[in-house]
Design a protein around this ligand. Structure first.
Ligand code: ATP
Ligand code: MG
Length: 326
């Protein structure tokens, strides 16, 4: 479990004070994956640096399994850092070392006995799907395989927390899916607490249990994936199920509908047609399966004689969230 409370980081630049993190709080239970999504300059890298003690936060607390990380003295930073495994955009492997030697590296640094290292490295390579690749050099591996070595290396010291900073930004779509599935599987089997920093909504859709949206150093939206996806006017819901821009072409009313869970699979639109003798024209739509549930966002144009309020009430009673777009 990782708990971040009111984390602040300010930088001085001459006369100016730059607030990179402005009271960030989040909590990630063991065995789950939390996504942190944000635009450039939102504070993502600053957060990573503060969590890994590469940078000291100005104030606030970071607890891993109930132990405070920010009060660790400089001499003990190395030890504290072992509790956090890091996976980066590029695996940053040592080219002169084989895959197995790269995974062994952090263990050698802390003087783990040789026999234990080789047993653990073999186990880790199996775990990330690289059985038989131990003797390969980075130049002989694909981008996805290198990232697997990077993940095995991050897990070598048996950390409680895995911090992934844009883990798939340098990979093609198919490899991205493989690596995300691996992170997901490892989280469950090793009961890791995982934070994934990303600017790709696809990463959030595929593996995250919960998500925070970071803007100007602040968490402006957060929650379990199925809750944020079910928030009609939320930025995260819009990003999860984007609809194209909208230009009005007739005087008919246009509604935006969010269908979540049961309402998403029920025959809501045909019900509307039957009940109000209405013509429903779907202008745009997006359907997603998130955390095992179906979500849909639709923009529809309505041609009906019944008052809009009555139609809205009918839809809401069927569990659909409604916003009048025009
Ligand atoms: N060492 C520093 N000194 C001064 N300002 C900094 C420093 N590091 C970061 N900042 C500022 O803090 C803010 C957040 O930066 P940060 O690098 O955390 O953003 P980011 O979300 O990682 O962006 P990107 O997606 O572009 O990597 C920015 O306004 C940046 O200019
Ligand atoms: Mg960054």
């Amino acid at each position: 479990m990782i708990t971040v409370t009111d984390l602040r980081k300010t930088y001085r630049q001459g006369e100016r004070t730059i607030t990179a993190l402005d009271g960030v709080s989040l909590s990630v239970p063991k065995g789950s994956i939390h996504g942190i999504i944000g635009h450039s300059g939102a504070g993502k890298s600053t957060l990573v640096r503060c969590l890994t003690l590469l940078d000291r936060p100005t104030s606030g607390s970071v607890m891993i399994d109930g132990r405070e990380l920010t009060s660790v003295r400089d001499a003990e930073i190395r030890l504290a850092r072992r509790r956090i495994g890091m996976v980066f955009q590029h695996a940053n492997l040592l080219d002169s070392r084989t895959a197995a030697q790269n995974v062994a590296h952090p263990l050698e640094l802390v003087k783990t006995p040789k026999a234990e290292i080789s047993a653990r490295v073999a186990r880790l390579l199996d775990l990330v799907g690289l059985t038989g690749f131990g003797d390969a050099y980075p130049s002989q591996l694909s981008g996805g395989q290198k990232q697997r070595v990077g993940i095995a290396r991050a897990l070598a010291a048996e950390p409680d927390v895995l911090l992934c900073d844009e883990p798939t930004s340098a990979l093609d779509p198919a490899t991205t899916e493989d690596i995300l599935d691996l992170i997901h599987e490892l989280t469950r089997t090793l009961q890791l607490t995982v934070l994934v920093i990303t600017h790709e909504m696809n990463v959030v859709k595929r593996i995250c249990d919960s998500v925070s949206l970071l803007e100007n150093g602040k968490v402006v939206e957060h929650g379990p994936l199925i809750e944020v996806a079910a928030t009609l006017d939320g930025s995260l819901a819009r990003a999860l199920m984007p609809l194209p821009g909208f230009k009005r072409t007739s005087a008919l009313p246009v509604l935006e509908l969010l269908l979540a869970g049961n309402s998403a699979s029920g025959p809501v639109l045909s019900g509307l047609t039957r009940r109000f003798n209405a013509e429903v024209n779907v202008l745009a739509g997006s359907v997603e399966h998130l955390a095992g549930r179906q979500f849909g966002r639709l923009r529809v144009e309505l041609d009906a004689e019944a008052p809009l309020a009555e139609i809205t009430e009918f839809l809401e009673s069927a569990g659909v969230q409604v916003e009048v777009a025009a």
